[in-house]
Design a protein around this ligand. Structure first.
Ligand code: BGC
Length: 427
């Protein structure tokens, strides 16, 4: 029942700019809301009002004993139009980053997390290699503006999820349904990552720093055929796994563009990864070429299978390809009543800590309940409960558990009995 954290392993929390900040900005998700596309009708302009309440959130984190935090910056806020940089927004982020530092919290900064400024979207976003320069200008701005306060960067969050949701299923902005475009977006994003990787290192070197760490956050899941004896299920499993996660790893880590991806810029083969960034949530059971879940599986409140072993399988896969320290850049679950989150944390952390893998960091997704993209406010993933009307934050039981693990660097029998023992997953 009990386990210790790995030596030197740190536990923290993750968030993204659009999901917490709030504000009516000219970006793709504000726009998606205005097109009536958010399932529960909630508006990302509200979110957690973190743009104004950042100090309160930082204090809460520090009170929980958190020492590492993954956060993002909003492109449309820093660059509201193609040729404008908002200096006040730079100052505001600098204030937050300095404050976090003062509290002993080290930041892992995400540069792109699903959201584009409208001006970039209008130019065709990541479907066009000609647009890579706009992204790189943004990378340069972020590195120069915050590079003295942050040494660890994620260039792009989950390019596979972004490309698939936005260009294949058409569920996210800009709502297109084209396999060819989805693949093109992955190729362009891989080029963006490689060029950003080199750029961040170069700029920080020029600033006099030698401790830069850059990677991307890869969304991985386990894919299993529904009926292992059915050749169609097996084939679709192979195709989905390859298309959704494997081709992209080779492009992003090594600059090795394999079919169906294409090298769209003159990038060189190399190693573009200083740590392995893994976002893990679930397993997909495949019959058709789409996401599926076994009927008898244990599930979270969005119907995603809970499969703790998968986190080690996915981390293993990445580590077999490149030997770098492993950061779990996201792991968490939608549990609206906080009735099984402690067990979820326990099961996933235990699997990681009992593995032989060099897991250095684990960022729980997420800190406060936040704007969950298409689901809006109705899907709660947070350790901290948010009353969206009053914006009051309240620690959930899972937050107290997480904080206890950070302080004891272990789950003791007493903690197991107090937080986990009575919790069960549902089907
Ligand atoms: C994304 C987060 C999202 C989470 C839960 C990840 O794919 O990076 O932004 O909130 O999953 O759906």
């Amino acid at each position: 029942m009990t386990f210790n954290l790995k030596k030197d392993m740190l536990l923290g929390v993750a968030s993204s700019a659009t999901q917490i900040e709030g504000g009516e900005l000219g970006h793709s998700w504000n726009d998606w809301y205005h097109s009536g596309r958010i399932r529960d009708g909630s508006n990302p302009a509200r979110a957690n009002d973190h743009y104004n309440r950042w100090k309160e959130d930082a204090d809460l984190m520090a009170d929980m004993g958190i020492k590492i935090y993954r956060m993002g910056v909003e492109w449309a806020r820093l660059c509201p139009t193609e040729n404008k940089v908002d200096q006040a927004a730079i100052e505001r982020y600098r204030e937050e980053l300095s404050y976090l530092r003062g509290k002993g919290i080290s930041v892992l900064l995400t540069i792109h997390h699903f959201t584009n400024p409208i001006w970039f979207e209008k130019k065709g976003g990541f479907t066009r290699p000609e647009n890579i320069k706009y992204f790189l200008d943004f990378v340069s701005l972020v590195t120069r503006s915050f590079g003295d306060l942050v040494s660890r960067f994620i260039t792009i969050n989950e390019p596979n999820v972004y490309a698939t949701q936005s260009y294949y299923f058409g569920l996210w902005p800009p709502g297109e349904k084209s396999f060819t475009k989805a693949v093109k977006v992955m190729s362009v994003m891989a080029a963006c990552h490689i060029m950003a990787y080199e750029m961040i290192h170069k700029i920080r070197r020029e600033m006099g720093y030698r401790d830069t760490m850059v990677s991307f956050a890869h969304h991985m899941r386990v894919f299993n055929p529904l009926d292992p004896k059915n050749p169609k299920h097996r084939l679709n499993t192979k195709l989905m796994k390859y298309y959704f996660q494997e081709a992209l790893i080779h492009a992003m880590y090594f600059g090795n563009f394999k079919w169906p991806l294409k090298r769209v810029m003159p990038t060189e083969p190399g190693e573009y990864c200083d740590f392995i960034g893994l976002n893990y949530y679930t397993r997909t059971t495949v019959s058709k070429f789409e996401d599926g879940t076994r009927k008898d599986a244990l599930k979270n409140d969005l119907g995603w299978e809970i499969y703790p072993k998968g986190i080690v399988k996915c981390a293993n896969k990445l580590y077999s390809l490149i030997k770098r320290p492993i950061y779990i850049t996201e792991n968490g679950t939608c549990d609206n009543n906080d009735s099984f989150r402690c067990r979820y944390i326990y099961d996933h952390l235990k699997a990681l800590c009992e593995s032989g893998l060099p897991i250095e960091r684990y960022y729980h997704w997420c800190f406060c309940d936040n704007f969950e993209w298409l689901e809006g406010e109705r899907a709660r993933f947070g350790l901290v409960y948010v009353d969206y009307d009053s914006q009051e934050r309240t620690l959930k039981k899972s937050a107290r558990f997480y904080s206890d693990i950070i302080r004891s660097r272990a789950v003791t029998q007493e903690m197991y009995d107090k937080y986990v023992k009575e919790q069960e997953y549902h089907k």
